[in-house]
Design a protein around this ligand. Structure first.
Ligand SMILES: C[S@@+](CC[C@H](N)C(=O)[O-])C[C@H]1O[C@@H](n2cnc3c(N)ncnc32)[C@H](O)[C@@H]1O
Length: 223
């Protein structure tokens, strides 16, 4: 909290929070410390928060963090969105996990736990496996509406992705899967630093991965 009583989030979590459209209910999957849910309630992004975590410890931490908002929040120990009935007035955040884990949670929500209403928004912040996550999104009807890049401590790079479930599948090429279709098209804040960082990653990956070698060969198009 700062002197004015406002909550301070890390740049990464602040970027996630800034990407959440105002709504009735935010579902925070993998809530851990509960800071995002508290922020959503204190800044009136939503009226109610459902926080889920697969482990008891983080769920308890979340409950402790959000207890001042009694009556406006609940915490559930569950895998992903299991047991959460998804409704049109909700937005779902899945942040701070790998892209494969995020894909699995969305896949379970689509095919095992009922369904996802069309038009529902998801704010995703993968720690890794961006290629695999965007492959899943395009193949399963999640349209990518917006993407931002965040840098922390000059060396940690994150992308935050806003998607809408439409049910309509579409194609992305390899570079769009790696870097993000919106990031490539709009070149948002931190694009230059992000691509410089990615180039270093690609120089190493290109040794064992033909897709990466091909992308690296034409790198000047990203400058
Ligand atoms: C690194 S923390 C991220 C916390 C927070 N979302 C953030 O971005 O700062 C990941 C949290 O997700 C939880 N988690 C991992 N897999 C999960 C799953 N399948 N369903 C729910 N929670 C999960 C972990 O227990 C942990 O508390």
């Amino acid at each position: 909290m700062d002197d004015m009583g406002n909550m301070n989030l890390s740049p990464r979590l602040q970027a996630v929070a800034d990407m959440i459209p105002e709504c009735e209910v935010v579902v925070d999957v993998g809530s851990d410390h509960g800071l995002l849910g508290s922020y959503c309630l204190s800044s009136d992004i939503c009226r109610y928060v459902i926080a889920t975590d697969i482990h008891e410890g983080p769920a308890k931490r979340t409950l402790e963090q959000m207890k001042v908002y009694d009556g406006r929040c609940e915490t559930r120990v569950t895998d992903g969105l299991t047991g959460v009935e998804l409704k049109e007035n909700m937005n779902v955040v899945i942040a701070g996990m790998g892209g494969l884990e995020i894909s699995k949670i969305l896949n379970d929500a689509l095919f095992s736990n009922g369904s996802i209403p069309k038009g529902m928004k998801f704010i995703l912040q993968p720690q890794k496996s961006h290629y695999e996550l965007r492959s899943f999104l395009s193949a399963n009807g999640f349209a990518i509406l917006n993407e931002k890049i965040v840098i922390e401590k000059d060396r940690f790079f994150y992308s935050v992705i806003l998607v809408e479930y439409t049910g309509e599948t579409y194609d992305l090429n390899d570079e769009e899967k790696f870097f993000g279709p919106v990031i490539l098209k709009d070149r948002p804040e931190n694009y230059v630093e992000y691509m410089a960082h990615e180039k270093e990653v690609f120089v190493k990956r290109a040794l064992g991965d033909v897709k990466c070698a091909q992308i690296l060969k034409n790198w000047e198009k990203y400058l």
